[in-house]
Design a protein around this ligand. Structure first.
Ligand SMILES: Cc1cc2nc3c(=O)[nH]c(=O)nc-3n(C[C@H](O)[C@H](O)[C@H](O)COP(=O)(O)OP(=O)(O)OC[C@H]3O[C@@H](n4cnc5c(N)ncnc54)[C@H](O)[C@@H]3O)c2cc1C
Length: 423
């Protein structure tokens, strides 16, 4: 597994989900590929202890993972199926104060009802809207598969990129001083992507000044495969179905809120934190899931949006968070990364026989193929975030009325489900 890669293939820098999936997709097409990055041990899955990072894997991602031969390696008892979604708007207290110039009183009475959209897999003719999978298990099976295919893995870190003559291989220097030569360097090294910076590919974005809090919860009532999401003036709260534990039903919480509020919760001593969080959750969720109890440790992460433009240059391509970072409210970061892996492998496999794998024309085809999905996802998540975050009462009225309307229009609901089922 630790052979030095030859210069005739691709080198994937970064060994998270996007990097492993890209290496696997290329290897399965017979493209020589190797990996560069750390290989931290993955703790064994232990009974009722679940990885705090779980992903909602879309049907397109599930099909791709199945095609790569790894879906069936995931332990089925640790996967939960999302059969429907119930998305709820702001609480009634956020309804606008209407003036003579504002919408009519009949609209006002509608506005005081929080908006709601219900989506289900059967409406979209899908086996599931998504599957909730632990990040740790996904990485484990991807590692297993690249190992079986004999993909070389240099367990060092990328530090520098030598571009040299455009017709010559790139020179990648590792933190151990090793130099690896490659025809194509694929940056899968996360949001801060040292490879992207070294290649001089620019990346733009902003912080939301919001933090995502994640933890698993025991809930009194069975979730029945329903993912719940509340868009409140305080932020976006999602409860995803998880496998039951010995303590009963379990859901995974992702709550994005203002960083100051999140930090105040994170700073509390464990017992106080658990009761404060459960109390706040109960205020938003009401009796929807019954009594809530926090299990495990609360984790926080900053919410940012960022994208590399362009995401390719001759001999360099970016995938996953190295190429784009979106708000996790749609839970699509991993799905976009898997879509990149599939798209890049397709562009390389389908290239003309006389073109090299690092040919800019080949890589631009990959970037063009990914552009619509990336643009749509960025616009949707950023737009939703801005619509739901401000305390502006008119926006509150717009979102609640809009949600109520969408919920009554089956074609729009089907379009939403179809969109969510893609990479
Ligand atoms: C709490 C949370 C919940 C989420 N939920 C969802 C969800 O439900 N659905 C979804 O689709 N997405 C979700 N996401 C987003 C998802 O986690 C990311 O989009 C995804 O993990 C990105 O994978 P990646 O492989 O691109 O990057 P990363 O996972 O960041 O991996 C980058 C890799 O590069 C390596 N690396 C870094 N520097 C170097 C270097 N110098 N040399 C070599 N290697 C290097 C790192 O060690 C790491 O292995 C969630 C994110 C968070 C934080």
């Amino acid at each position: 597994m630790n052979a030095i890669p030859s210069s005739s293939g691709a080198l994937v820098v970064g060994t998270g989900t996007a990097g492993l999936a890209t290496a696997l997709a290329l290897a399965r097409q017979g493209i020589p590929v190797s990996l560069l990055g750390p290989r931290a041990p993955i703790p064994a899955a232990a009974g009722d202890t679940y990885d705090p990072r779980v992903y909602a894997v879309s049907p397109a991602s599930q099909a791709f993972l199945a095609k790569l031969g790894v879906w069936d390696l995931l332990p089925p008892e640790r996967i939960a199926r999302i059969e429907s979604m119930d998305v709820m708007g702001a609480a009634p207290s956020t309804a606008p104060v209407l003036t003579d110039d504002a919408p009519s009183s009949s609209a006002a009475s509608t506005s005081s009802t929080p908006g709601r959209i219900q989506l289900s897999a059967w409406q979209g003719n899908l086996p599931a809207l998504a599957w909730v999978v632990e990040g740790r298990e996904l990485e484990r099976v991807l590692r297993q598969a690249v190992g079986v295919l004999g993909v070389a893995w240099t367990q060092e870190r990328f530090v520098a990129l030598g571009m040299g003559d455009p017709s010559a291989p790139l020179e990648v220097t590792t933190d151990a001083g090793r130099i690896l030569r490659t025809e194509l360097a694929i940056g899968a090294d996360g949001a801060e992507s040292p490879l992207r910076k070294a290649a001089g590919l620019s990346s733009h974005g902003s912080d939301y000044e919001a933090t995502g809090l994640v933890v698993h919860l025991d809930v009194e009532q069975p979730h029945q495969g329903v993912a719940l999401q509340w868009f409140t003036p305080d932020g976006v709260l999602a409860l995803l179905p998880m496998p039951d534990t010995a303590d009963g039903a379990q859901v995974s919480m992702v709550w994005s809120m203002e960083t100051t509020q999140a930090n105040a919760l994170l700073a509390l001593p464990a017992a106080e934190q658990a009761s404060a969080l459960a109390a706040r959750l109960q205020t938003v969720a009401g009796d929807r899931v019954g009594r809530i109890r926090v299990r495990g440790t609360l984790h926080g992460f900053p919410l940012r949006v960022r994208s590399a433009n362009p995401m390719v240059m001759a001999r360099v391509a970016l995938v996953g968070d190295a190429a784009h970072l979106i708000h996790p409210l749609a839970g699509q970061g991993l799905n976009l990364g898997l879509g990149d892996a599939a798209g890049l492998a397709a562009a390389i496999t389908e290239r003309e026989h006389f073109r090299r794998i690092g040919d800019l024309r080949v890589l631009r085809r990959y970037a063009r193929a990914r552009a619509p999905a990336l643009l749509a996802m960025r616009a949707a998540t950023d737009g939703l975030y801005r619509l739901f975050t401000p305390q502006d009462p008119l926006l509150g009225w717009v979102r609640n009325t809009g949600m109520a309307l969408v919920d009554r229009l089956p074609p729009i609901k089907r379009a939403l489900i179809a969109g969510a089922s893609k990479f």
